[in-house]
Design a binder for this molecule. Structure first.
Ligand SMILES: [Zn+2]
Length: 124
């Protein structure tokens, strides 16, 4: 399988990001190039539009998505509905590998390891 075989173009787009929220004090800010709260200097994280997520995301919708991280696009902090801006190098869907010798050494009947070295970055 070549890299281009693994690339599946995203087939849908939603923007479920409401803004940024401080993990310390809960203050909210519009999305922008900031990572700390202007009130308390706490870390900011993405705040999702929970109503939009609840109205959009279903198990069937996720299962129908491409075999890539974009399957979870509705749950990612994506700020554009322009599908052409989404890059997909085939991240994810790495295989599970049996590890019988390690399982035996650990006294386990069966052990499987997730081979995330197959990701484009070679890491997880
Ligand atoms: Zn704060």
């Amino acid at each position: 399988m070549s890299l281009t075989d693994r690339v599946a173009p995203p087939d849908r787009a939603t923007v479920n990001v409401a803004g940024l929220r401080c993990r310390e004090c809960g203050a909210t800010e519009p999305v922008g190039p900031v990572n700390v709260c202007g009130c308390c200097f706490g870390p900011l994280e993405i705040a999702y539009d929970d109503a939009a997520v609840a109205a959009t995301v279903t198990r069937a919708r996720i299962e129908a998505g491409p075999r890539s991280m974009w399957r979870y696009a509705d749950l990612l902090p994506v700020l554009s509905e322009d599908l052409t801006l989404r890059v997909d190098l085939g991240t994810g869907w790495t295989p599970l590998r049996p590890a019988p010798r390690l399982a035996a050494a650990l006294g386990l009947g069966e052990l499987w390891l997730k081979d995330d070295t197959r990701n484009p970055s070679g890491s997880f």
